[in-house]
Structure formats: C-alpha cells, structure tokens
Design a protein around this ligand. Structure first.
Ligand SMILES: C[S@@+](CC[C@H](N)C(=O)[O-])C[C@H]1O[C@@H](n2cnc3c(N)ncnc32)[C@H](O)[C@@H]1O
Length: 280
C-alpha cells in the first residue's frame, strides 16, 4: 500500500491525513488480525468457555523464570529447571487428559494439558518448599493438581507440605484425585469463611476465586495474621486490580507483576501478581 501511494501520488497528496488514514489503519490492524484466525480455530476446536488453557511462549517462560528468581531469591537456572520439570511431567499430563476425557464431567475441558501462568505457581512451591499452600478458587482443579504434583516432588526430597483449595462450587476440583489427592484437600464454601476457619500458618497463598477487587482485598486481610515469616502471596487478578500491590505496600512487602503471553491462543493473557518479603 505504501509503495502504491509512493508510485502513483505526488508527495503533497501523499501527506494529506485523509490519504494516510487507510494505510495507517491497515498497519495498526495487522497487529491484531491473526487473533481473528485464532478465535476461529478455537471456536471450532475447543470446548472451553471459561478459564481457558494454553501454553506460554518460550520467551515468556524465560521471563517468568527471571521474575520468580527475584521473588524467591533462587537462581534463574533453578527456577527455569522447575518450569521445565512441570512441562515435562508426562504422568501428570496423562492424568489431566484422561480425567478431561471422562464422560459426564461438570466442566467443559479440552483433552490436553497446558498450565499457562500456573507453571509459575509450581516453581514457587518447588523453590520455597512450603508446608502449607492455600489456593482460593479451584474450578476444575488444574492449579490444584499441579500444586500437589509439586508437593509430591518436594516430599520425595524430604520436604512435607499440604495443599488446601477453597471453592464455593461443590463440584469443583475433579482433577485433584488419585496420587495427587494425598497431598491436598478442598474446603467447600465461601473462601472468606474457609480462610477465617483455617488454623495454621500459610506459606504460599494464591488468590484465584471471586475476582472483584473488594473480595480479593478481603482475602488478603483475612489471611494477613496467618502468613508465615517468608510467605509468598500470588494473585491471579493483578492484571485487573491493584489490590495485591496495595496490600504489599501497606504491609512492608515487595511486589512484582509478571504478564503472561499465551502461545497460539486468542486470549490476551492474565498474569501473576507476586508479593514477597523484603528480608524473607
Ligand atoms: C478462575 S476459577 C479458579 C481457577 C483455578 N485456580 C485454576 O487453576 O484453574 C475461579 C473459581 O472461584 C470460585 N469462586 C468464586 N467465588 C468464590 C467464593 N466467594 N468463594 C470460593 N470460591 C469462589 C468459582 O467457583 C471458580 O471455580
């Protein structure tokens, strides 16, 4: 288009805003057009209608490792190793795919196993060896089963830990079964109520339930007195609200945001809000 205008129109005309309008619009939309192709493919191929699954781009995985190495004070190589460990866990993949294929599941899920930003959650569990991991919002249990697979590996290395998931939906968590179930449990009911009842120290807290800013903040306030000395808080909502950043500021914690970049998927991506202790 640019060459065409150059060839056939005099400079004075080419510079007119009305003439430049179309090429500029075409150029800008070229950044988004492939999304429509991805939407079409997904429309035909996928059964998912929420909580979409996808892999991350290779570059994004590298940046995830860097971000987590800052928050956990571990090396890039160690964290990157954990991310790869989760991506290459074929037994876990088989488990997730098999469960997703089972007829009569309450959730529409694609028969494949990709974790997106949850890989970062996994790496934090592997790096920090927490004794108690609490995730609010379980849904199918993709995060739950991944976190329990990290706890399973930790236990093989001599570090015990337990997962607690909360969900208001009594059908949530079907992926958390078989050998992974030994490492965790789901507390059914409203998250805030479950958090209030929770006795014990939380080493890793993940917010992924009701994503209103008020509810998210209320969860942090509810667990604030139950956090371990080196506790890490992750938010699945920091691409939308600033609640974890604000909570971190109010409580003398550090905050980082990792934006995820989905691979071959139309979804623009969420991210991980990461709140950690300065001298943890
Ligand atoms: C985004 S999904 C969680 C995804 C999950 N963490 C994963 O890794 O796939 C949100 C979940 O939060 C649950 N939820 C919404 N409001 C809630 C509340 N007030 N208390 C507990 N769970 C809630 C929903 O039932 C839903 O399963």
């Amino acid at each position: 288009m640019k060459n065409f205008l150059k060839r056939f129109l005099p400079v004075g005309v080419r510079r007119l805003p009305i003439v430049r309008f179309l090429p500029r619009i075409l150029y800008a939309s070229s950044y988004y057009n492939r999304r429509y192709w991805e939407i079409l493919k997904w429309g035909f191929r996928s059964r998912e209608d929420s909580n979409f699954t996808y892999d991350l781009t290779d570059l994004n995985i590298q940046y995830l490792a860097w971000a987590l190495s800052v928050a956990t004070r571990k090396t890039y190589s160690e964290i990157h190793g954990y991310l790869q460990e989760a991506r290459n866990d074929f037994e876990l993949q088989r488990h997730v795919i098999e469960m997703a294929r089972k007829p009569g599941q309450a959730y529409a899920a694609d028969p494949r196993c990709v974790f997106g930003r949850r890989l970062g959650w996994y790496a934090v569990v592997r790096a920090m060896k927490p004794r108690a991991v609490l995730e609010t919002g379980v849904d199918k249990g993709l995060g739950a089963v991944l976190l329990c697979s990290a706890l399973l590996r930790n236990s093989e290395e001599g570090y015990d830990g337990r997962y607690y998931g909360t969900d208001i939906n009594g059908e949530a968590g079907y992926l958390l079964c078989r050998k992974y179930r030994r490492f965790g449990e789901i507390l059914y009911g409203d998250s805030i109520q479950s958090l209030k009842r929770f006795r014990g120290t939380i080493d890793l807290f993940i917010h992924d339930s009701d994503h209103s800013a008020e509810y998210e903040y209320q969860e942090y306030q509810t667990i604030s007195g139950k956090l371990g000395r080196k506790a890490i808080i992750l938010s699945d909502n920091s691409h939308v609200t600033d609640r974890l950043a604000v909570f971190s500021l109010e409580n003398g914690r550090r905050f980082l945001f990792f934006p995820e970049v989905p691979k071959d998927h139309w979804y623009p991506g969420g991210g991980i809000g990461i709140s950690f202790c300065v001298d943890g």
